[in-house]
Design a protein. Structure first.
Length: 260
């Protein structure tokens, strides 16, 4: 194994670990605060419905640049996000009081419904295609996988928006874990770095151009991460810190009052 191959594998598992750990920070913060206030259910809800995928490139018979660690990440993310969603839908199960933001927004419900319809239509088209048709020129199961790829991209474009707007309206990031953002940002950088290294090793940059979804996902997520970090550390830093400190003091004293 060459140094670049080792570096690619190392980056792959580190970004998988970073992204995996990022899913724990919000549910743990909710448990510590005994509340989901300050957050919305949209992000974990839509993440639990869509997972990452594996696929092969259509051109030049190259090995796919999506690695096995993506599969590990997908299964783990689904489980953790499903558990996190129960904190919003079933707060009494966790001993939480019901807080605002426990119902998915119309935007997220619309995106989820439309995505399932799109995948279902493409699946029916593939099923109606003759089995002896040439997959290079006719509809094939790979097209279903590509459809899921772009659904994932669409969801990445919108899944952070409700929380971003929620923070803006409250002028605070209280209750929203910044650690999930920091770990997600690290994972995005290493994901793109691995993709570039793998394409270099294959001697063909179609590893990047042929895998636009993974490349775009890393960049879009990091742009959102930068906005969240700006909200937390710059725009609402003093407001969020003061409210968090006051709430933590009340929780430590066992005060049942709720902050506005």
């Amino acid at each position: 194994m060459s140094f670049l191959e080792f570096l690619s594998a190392l980056f792959g598992w580190i970004y998988t670990l970073s992204w995996s750990l990022s899913f724990y920070s919000q549910p743990l913060l909710n448990i510590r605060r005994k509340s989901t206030s300050g957050t919305t259910v949209d992000f974990p809800f839509i993440n639990a419905l869509v997972i990452r995928h594996q696929y092969a490139l259509r051109n030049n018979n190259h090995t796919p640049t999506v690695a096995v660690n993506d599969i590990v990440f997908a299964a783990h993310a689904f489980i953790v996000c499903s558990i996190l969603t129960t904190q919003y839908f079933l707060p009494s199960l966790w001993g939480f009081d019901r807080a605002p933001g426990t119902r998915p927004s119309r935007l997220i419900l619309g995106v989820v419904s439309g995505s399932f319809v799109a995948v279902a239509i493409i699946t029916l088209v593939v099923l109606s295609t003759p089995s002896d048709a040439d997959p290079k020129t006719s509809w094939a199961w790979l097209d279903v996988v590509y459809t899921i790829s772009y659904v994932k991209l669409l969801i990445t474009l919108v899944k952070y928006a409700p929380q971003l707007v929620y923070n803006f309206k409250n002028r605070s990031t209280k209750g929203w874990s910044i650690w999930q953002i920091l770990l997600d940002f690290l994972g995005g950088i290493l994901s793109i770095a691995q993709l570039m290294i793998d394409s270099w090793l294959q001697g063909d940059w179609s590893g990047v151009t042929g895998n636009p979804v993974k490349f775009a996902l890393g960049n879009v997520s990091m742009l959102y991460d930068l906005v969240f970090m700006t909200q937390h550390y710059i725009l609402y830093r003093e407001d969020g810190s003061a409210k968090n400190s006051e709430e933590d003091s009340l929780l430590e004293r066992g005060d049942d009052r709720r902050l506005d």
